[in-house]
Design a protein around this ligand. Sequence first.
Ligand code: ZN
Ligand code: ZN
Length: 349
Amino acid sequence: MIFLQLAPMIDPKEMQTIRHSEDALRTALVSKRQDLMDRYNKYSPGEQRLLEDCLRPDSTLFHPITLHSPSDWIISHPESTQDFEAFYKNPYRKTPNKGRNTVYIQTVGSFGSSEDSTRLYVEWLQEYCEAFYYGLAVRLLEPVSVSETACAFRINENTCNLQVHAGITMIDLYPEDSWNFVFGQASLTEGMGIFSFARYDDNFYSREYKGRIQKSKKLTPGDYSIFNSYYTPPVTSALLYRSCRTLTHEIGHIFGLKHCQWMQCVMQGSNHLEESDRRPLDLCPICLRKLQSATGFKIAERYKALLRWIESDLTTDTHMEAAKTAQKPTAAFEESRKWLMECLCVIGD
Ligand SMILES: [Zn+2]
Ligand SMILES: [Zn+2]
């Protein structure tokens, strides 16, 4: 049984908090099935301490979900909750195994203002995903141009920016003609997805966005020349942060993790950028157990890998002439760095 306590908050925007009972959270995390309880008991005492930190109402690491407006995901897209047991017994889930333990990232179109910045940016994303999905290999496929995907495209009536219907891309996406846009879409049964980071540029919605196209411009289906010099936003720390968060969220769906409704978590659904920016960068303990059971990492090892990614902010790019070093813009990850250190402290590692 799941208890939803909607407690009114002081915020003038009528913010609400979804606080599940300790009992409901414990069942979602541990399960009441004997075999799953036995499995849970194989976690080290430190790992259990970390996972169970979310049961404490005064936890400083894990927080209840707050609802800020009727357009928030949970209110506008009612979905069933997925606890660990529901995840574990889902027959359609893609479980990585010896022959299938690689995530491939296909980039579509360019990503940065220059070829060098595109390559670095995509490498940072790849390394981040490899730390997040610790134990899996993440490989980059040769980038493809928009025309090679033969996808549909249009100019969005509201933003006047170019969109494609198809990897990852810096061009805005729409899944069907009737939709305005999507941040990304993943298929739980096909093991694949497509995500766009275009809307993560701070200027996307502004009239000055360099990707805006005259409404009167006529597009010819099949003529992809418009993408040849299409604008891509500069790689900032905020853009890198948002891209890492979206990419890991969408890959989570590919592994069968549904939207998290337990507590603040990278797997929470989001309807708009402001809501997406409220999501933390990492998984809540319930989703962490789902991922851990699929790939089998030691929890501390995964946190250390994420910490290493944030702390190694210099990348030596051997492809560039004279092996220039480029600064990885990690300023936006500072909160996450402190959070990871605290988690490691709780585990005692
Ligand atoms: Zn999602
Ligand atoms: Zn979660």
